[in-house]
Design a protein around this ligand. Structure first.
Ligand code: UDP
Length: 238
């Protein structure tokens, strides 16, 4: 095992993670916090051990995706809360894949939460807190220079593959992958999957009971938030 690289200056602090430089300009360290926010940070709180769960679950998902040929920023997990990652020039387009109607799709389109979609739907959002991450079409990203058509094609294809791989894996563990958000970035000319994959960024429902095992428990004050995060990690580790 290599020795852990030294954390240098913190160059970014987001809602759930801090990013630190390392001596290698190509590598960064992500530190996973317990802070939880919802509704563009209008609701704030902490979820005990969330950072530990999200770091470990992201590691397991990234390893699985890499084995299946999806290129990600993951290098290795350093400890409970830290992950070594390739440095990305983030594409400011958040990608949401949906299998079942929930959240903003239910609200925006007046559909019942829980309606199964005939096929997965991929949506793009402009990553901009000041605008509350608006839903966009591909042409907006291209015309404003956020991504090229070629990059969007790669991103779309990768997002669909991630959905296939994770849906199948989770189904075997009694979990429905309802929807999830991905972020991508550029690294030496390649598009890599970045960010994290965890109960903060996915909707997970228990297949038998439809119990929510994700951040909706925090967003909607459903209780047992920590329990749900740990239950999901247990299923992914099994
Ligand atoms: N999501 C996320 N970050 C965001 C917005 C959404 O990780 O800033 C995830 C969310 O957890 C869900 C999916 O993307 O799994 C779709 O979210 P939706 O558009 O329904 O918005 P929400 O109901 O979370 O506001």
């Amino acid at each position: 095992m290599d020795t852990n690289p030294e954390k240098l200056e913190m160059f970014y602090e987001g809602k759930a993670k801090k990013l630190y430089a390392t001596a290698d300009p190509d590598l960064v360290i992500a530190y996973f916090k317990d802070d939880a926010t919802a509704f563009n940070a209008k609701k704030r709180g902490t979820i005990e051990d969330k950072g530990v769960v999200n770091n470990r679950m992201s590691e397991l998902f990234f390893l699985m995706l890499e084995r299946e040929g999806v290129r990600t920023h993951f290098v290795r997990r350093l400890d409970d809360r830290e992950m070594l990652c390739k440095r990305l020039d983030i594409v400011p387009v958040e990608v949401v894949v949906r299998n079942i109607v929930a959240g903003s799709m239910a609200k925006r389109l007046g559909r019942e939460e829980g309606e199964a979609l005939r096929h997965p739907v991929v949506e793009f959002y402009y990553k901009c807190d000041a605008l509350d991450d608006p839903l966009i079409i591909a042409d907006h990203a291209i015309v404003f220079g956020w991504a090229t058509q070629t990059e969007l094609n790669t991103i779309h294809e990768s997002a669909m593959r991630v959905n296939d791989i994770l849906s199948r894996f989770l189904d075997q563990r009694g979990v429905i992958l309802v929807d999830f958000k991905l972020e991508f970035g550029r690294h030496h000319g390649a598009i890599l999957l970045g960010d994290e994959i965890c109960p903060d960024t996915c909707r997970f429902w228990d297949k038998a009971t439809r119990k929510k095992l994700d951040k909706d428990r925090f967003r909607r004050d459903l209780g047992d938030v920590e329990g749900a995060y740990h239950e999901m990690l247990r299923r992914v580790e099994s």
